[in-house]
Design a protein around this ligand. Structure first.
Ligand code: GAR
Length: 188
């Protein structure tokens, strides 16, 4: 049984989708949702889904072992970043080698790095006149969006698409693939 913590900073629609996907699988349990925003909507979802959710400040993440202590206390052995906007600190990277994955809403290595998250990514894709975008699921290392790529999927970007239309297509890909990719990594 793999015990997962999902890290999320915002709405948490991916977090919810992952929780629902694994609800009937005996070999994975989502045991904790971790956020850096105490008013993020992901906490409402966690309540509905009956999953504990906790908030830590940026300085808790960056300069203390509080987050790690919480993960160890909850016997977490795999971490999924689903719309989590802080850099993962070194203590977590060392404690969870190759056990932290992230989803990015574009085709890395394009449109990655600091400041490239959520709608900023889709706006940049549209502004550049790209003809396609997509999702990248990758391992997390010490640099934003640079860990080894596990999976990518593409969608077309039409000349008439607005950034929120691109966002919708990308979210659809996320919901379709993210749980299955996690499943592929963790299935016994
Ligand atoms: C998702 O599209 C995810 O790919 C993106 O934030 C969104 C969160 O949506 N992540 C990043 O931009 C990370 N750089 P959600 O809170 O509804 O799951």
């Amino acid at each position: 049984m793999t015990r997962i913590a999902i890290f999320a900073s915002g709405s948490g629609s991916n977090a919810e989708n992952i929780v629902r996907y694994f609800s009937d699988k005996s070999y994975v349990e989502i045991v904790l949702i971790v956020s850096n925003k105490k008013d993020a909507y992901v906490h409402e979802r966690a309540k509905e889904l009956n999953i504990e959710s906790v908030t830590f400040s940026k300085s808790d993440f960056d300069t203390t072992d509080k987050v790690l202590a919480c993960l160890l206390q909850n016997r977490v052995d795999f971490i999924v970043l689903a719309g989590f906007l802080l850099k993962v600190s070194d203590n977590l990277l060392h404690a969870y080698p190759n056990k932290i994955i992230n989803i990015h809403p574009a085709l890395l290595p394009k449109y990655g790095g600091k400041g490239m998250y959520g709608d900023n990514v889709h706006k940049a894709v549209v502004a550049a006149g790209e003809t396609e975008s997509g999702i990248t699921i990758h391992y997390v290392n010490e640099n934003y969006d640079e860990g080894n790529i596990i999976f990518q999927a593409k969608c077309p970007v039409l000349p008439t698409d607005t950034y929120d239309q691109v966002a919708k297509k990308v979210h659809t890909l996320e919901y379709m693939h993210f749980p299955e990719v996690i499943d592929g990594l963790l299935k016994p």
